[in-house]
Design a protein around this ligand. Structure first.
Ligand code: MZP
Length: 501
């Protein structure tokens, strides 16, 4: 057997040591732009991200709603592949047909929810209109709208209202009940309207769909349709049904694909990449993984991957290491693969971005993963806690929680991800079904996390991710210094207890 000389390590065993910060080192000057797909020296990547965060290819994390929310912040989601080809393609299509700039906040009416709650949501998001749909997604049936113009609805007769709104715009009146928000948005877009009255078959006004910011804009309404902005979206695939799944996802508009597998150093991945290159050349971008060492990286690099994911067994819901005894500490895996990526770049002039996947517990782990050489980070647990994740929000002992389950759990039944050929399918679990503390909106949380990342980068004296990768000074820490890093030897007022050592 081959023995690695050093133990493998996790992010929590490292810290960054500050570098010299000039007066330029302010968070507003930091750029988090990063490549998503490979590129030749001196060229720019076909796809870049404005923030280095992507959401995990998981049922409990990445659906179309998550994808739109994350794309708005500059990241990208990979829609989960453990569903039928039709359903996955439909999610991709919904993201691509999402028209930016229309009604944006969506709420579903739960029994305990009041108008005051919806108004609070409107205020919090700053949107002029909140749509209430029956399932809380853009594709749910519209139940109502809370807009800045509500007062008019109650003060005017529907017919007066319709004519006063319609005259400046168009003659379109859409007359059927049960329209979905995305249909309404599409009509606003297609007919260059700012307001769409929706009436029932009995000609009664049901509600209006307003363009977002309709009230505040002073320009000519037609100028407001400033180009067809489309959000980027990725999609997960497997090494089994790729000949059918990939064409369907491309047809639906997926910008990038990723082979989703717990262990990517395999002939199955090479075959899948070969299929893409033979059928589409370099026009289709596809990532592969996961690997944890130089050999695995080189194998996938030579097989044609556009980016390579790193990580086995570090995910919060993952029990692969316990079940099968395979894996590697995430920090060590990233450090070794990043070194291999840099050497490969030196030799070939081709830069293949790497993604650290799984195991991010604290915000500073994102900064460490970048400093260790990751170009972007994939997170599951982090995103599952937000309003936008597809799972239920439940109250457990007085605290709100969201459900979060692994792709290797019996609940997900994603046997393709763990399959090693043959007929055994999912014979044992490699993931758990869990709760995570509900954390609010994606926008607020991502904003906070990235502010911390930027602030740390300033402490390190760098303004870009490549500078961080080059100049960061990283130190291992002893167990005792980890304890020193938390609150210690004080009585915490809010918890009335001594910090746990
Ligand atoms: P985390 O962000 O929750 O720590 O980890 C998310 C990552 O765990 C995913 O991107 C994926 O690589 C991995 N994952 C997903 N399901 C399982 C499982 O059931 C798993 N074992 O390990």
């Amino acid at each position: 057997a081959y023995y690695f000389e050093e133990p493998s390590r996790t992010f929590s065993e490292y810290l960054l040591v500050p570098g010299y910060s000039s007066v330029e080192c302010m968070t507003k000057n930091v750029s988090l732009k990063t490549p998503l797909t490979k590129f030749k020296k001196g060229e720019t990547p076909a796809i870049s991200l404005n923030i280095p965060l992507v959401s995990a290819i998981m049922q409990s994390v990445s659906d179309d709603k998550m994808a739109v929310a994350l794309a708005k912040e500059g990241g990208i989601s990979f829609i989960y592949g453990s569903q039928s080809i039709e359903n996955e393609a439909a999610m991709v299509r919904r993201v691509k047909s999402y028209k930016a700039g229309f009604v944006e906040s969506i709420s579903n009416l739960r029994p305990e929810q009041t108008l005051a709650d919806i108004l609070a949501l409107k205020k919090k998001t700053g949107h002029s209109t909140v749509a209430i749909t029956d399932d809380g997604t853009a594709n749910g049936k519209l139940v109502g709208l809370v807009t800045s113009r509500d007062y008019r609805v109650s003060r005017m007769e529907p017919t007066t209202l319709i004519s006063s709104f319609m005259r400046p715009f168009n003659e379109l009146i859409y007359g059927h009940e049960g329209i979905t928000l995305s249909e309404a948005n599409n009509m606003l877009w297609d007919h260059k309207l700012n307001v769409l009255p929706v009436i029932s078959n009995e000609q009664k006004l049901l509600y209006f769909v307003f363009r977002k910011d309709y009230d505040s804009h002073k320009e000519n309404p037609n100028e407001l349709l400033d180009g067809s902005k489309r959000y980027m979206v990725g999609a997960g695939i497997n090494t089994r049904d790729y000949e059918e799944r990939i064409p369907a996802l491309i047809e639906a508009g997926a910008d990038v694909l990723c082979i989703d597998s717990s262990e990517g150093f395999s002939e199955w991945q090479a075959r899948t990449l070969q299929f893409v290159r033979q059928k589409y050349g370099d026009t289709i971008k596809i990532g592969a993984g996961n690997v944890v060492d130089k050999e695995g990286f080189l194998f996938l690099a030579k097989a044609g991957a556009d980016f390579i994911k790193v990580g086995i067994g570090g995910g919060s819901i993952c029990i692969t290491r316990e079940q099968k005894g395979i894996g590697r500490g995430q920090a060590t895996a990233v450090i070794e693969v990043a070194k291999a990526r840099d050497e490969y770049f030196e030799e070939t002039g081709i830069y293949i971005p790497i993604c650290s996947d799984g195991g991010i517990v604290h915000d500073y782990h994102v900064t460490l993963a970048l400093a260790m050489g990751s170009d972007f980070i994939m997170l599951g647990r982090y995103f599952s806690r937000f309003d936008e994740s597809p799972t239920n929000k439940v109250n457990i002992n007085g605290n709100y929680m969201k459900e979060y389950w692994g792709e290797g759990s019996a609940r997900a039944r994603n046997w393709q991800r763990y399959d090693m050929g043959g007929d055994s399918k999912l014979s044992f679990e490699e993931g758990v079904d869990s709760y995570v503390p509900y954390a609010g909106s994606l926008k607020d949380n991502v904003g906070l996390t990235l502010n911390k990342v930027k602030s740390t980068m300033c402490n390190c004296g760098v303004l870009t991710i490549p500078e961080l990768q080059k100049n960061a000074k990283i130190t291992l820490v002893s167990n005792t210094s980890i304890i020193e890093g938390g609150a210690h030897d004080v009585l915490l007022k809010d918890q009335h207890r001594f910090p746990v050592k």
